[in-house]
Design a protein around this ligand. Structure first.
Ligand code: PEP
Ligand code: MN
Length: 348
């Protein structure tokens, strides 16, 4: 990773380093961070001669050779200084609450518009709503592009940024054209590298962020972080890690709650961790406890399913969505806990 002395290199300087690394079979990928742009060397970056030549350039500060399976996502990476902002919240400083319906019902758009207003009043700073849905049964409702209009109308009315899941290039194009702020990659696609590549390429050079769910198949944490790294490697570092429970193992819970991995993720990577307790436990009654547990573990935010009338929802909402009143209670307690958790330890 090339760290320049200035905030970013000039076109001529980029051309010069590109020509140098090309001699060693490598390419340059700029990653535009909040503070400055860094330049990842794509390929085998270990050649001493290449490094010496780059470090010899007057405008280069140093070449960072982090020995890590995920050099960009590593806590020691230069990208760690950047902080993602969403809905007026700086992640890592204030708790981010994303809430809204699992699925937007295209035939009953008013529910979503009411839910959006209600979750805002309950304290959410971002809105979630599924337009396209991955389903266990392919004959189940898989979404409707009309729901995208409802999502964006809710965003305009509330002023909140919106999150929606994409599963293919067409969804990515439609969502970005409509102005969706955060693209979600769901648990079933979390390791679908061609989708990660499509999303990474599509958001490069845009302010868009990605909410990357943890794979339903669990797997090592390095795999989760490396999937995020792959998205970032196309140039946009705005990736959020979202544990959402892994394959079921506890009778009564939809999945196996995994908010407890938060401290481990934070030890390895600088990325913000926003936990989804709704898909984790899968039942509204257990969501508040799981949400607070996530905050106790150090999560930077929560992504919750909520609905003004869960019984009239579609997708996961009848089972999982909390009401706005419950959401307000979760938000109040979670904020208080977040402040408590961040107080400096009394003992070293
Ligand atoms: C969702 O957010 O509604 C969803 C389907 O999530 P996951 O991919 O975590 O199951
Ligand atoms: Mn859902």
């Amino acid at each position: 990773m090339i760290l320049p002395k200035s905030n970013r290199l000039t076109r001529e300087q980029v051309a010069e380093i590109t020509a140098i690394v090309a001699e060693f079979g490598c390419k340059i990928q700029p990653i535009v961070g909040e503070m400055r742009t860094i330049y990842a060397i794509v390929g085998d970056e270990r050649d001493e001669l290449m490094i010496n030549r780059l470090e010899g350039l007057a405008y280069i500060d140093r070449i960072d050779r982090i020995q890590s399976p995920f050099k960009l996502m590593d806590r020691r990476s230069d990208l760690a200084t950047g902080r993602l902002k969403l809905g007026g919240v700086t992640l890592g400083e204030e708790l981010l609450v994303i809430a809204g319906q699992c699925t937007i019902d295209p035939k009953n758009g008013n529910y979503f518009l009411e839910t959006a207003q209600a979750v805002k009043e309950a304290g959410a700073q971002a809105l979630r709503g599924g337009v396209w849905k991955p389903r266990t049964n392919p004959y189940s409702f898989q979404g409707d592009a009309r729901s995208l209009e409802i999502l964006m109308e809710a965003s305009r009315r509330t002023g909140l940024p919106v999150v929606t899941e994409v599963m293919e290039q067409e969804h990515i194009n439609l969502a970005l054209d409509a102005g969706v702020h955060v693209l979600q990659i769901g648990a079933r696609n979390a390791l679908n590298y061609s989708l990660l590549r499509q999303v990474g390429r599509a958001i490069a050079g845009r302010p868009t962020a990605v909410l990357l769910k943890r794979s339903i198949h669990s797997g090592p944490l390095n795999e989760f972080i490396s999937a995020a790294e792959y998205i970032v490697s196309f140039g946009n570092p705005n990736v959020i890690l979202c544990p959402r429970g892994t394959a079921p193992s506890i009778d009564g819970y939809r999945n196996t709650p995994d908010e407890g991995i938060t401290p481990l993720l934070k030890e390895k990577t600088w990325a913000a961790v926003v936990v989804d307790p709704s898909h984790s436990v899968g039942k509204a009654a257990y969501v508040p406890a799981c949400a607070l547990a996530a905050v106790a573990y150090g999560a930077d935010g929560l992504c919750l399913e909520a609905h003004v009338e869960p019984a009239h929802g579609i997708g996961d909402d009848p089972k999982q969505a909390v009401t706005p009143a419950v959401l307000a209670e979760i938000v109040a307690k979670a904020r208080a806990l977040h402040t408590l958790v961040r107080q400096p330890a009394a003992v070293a």
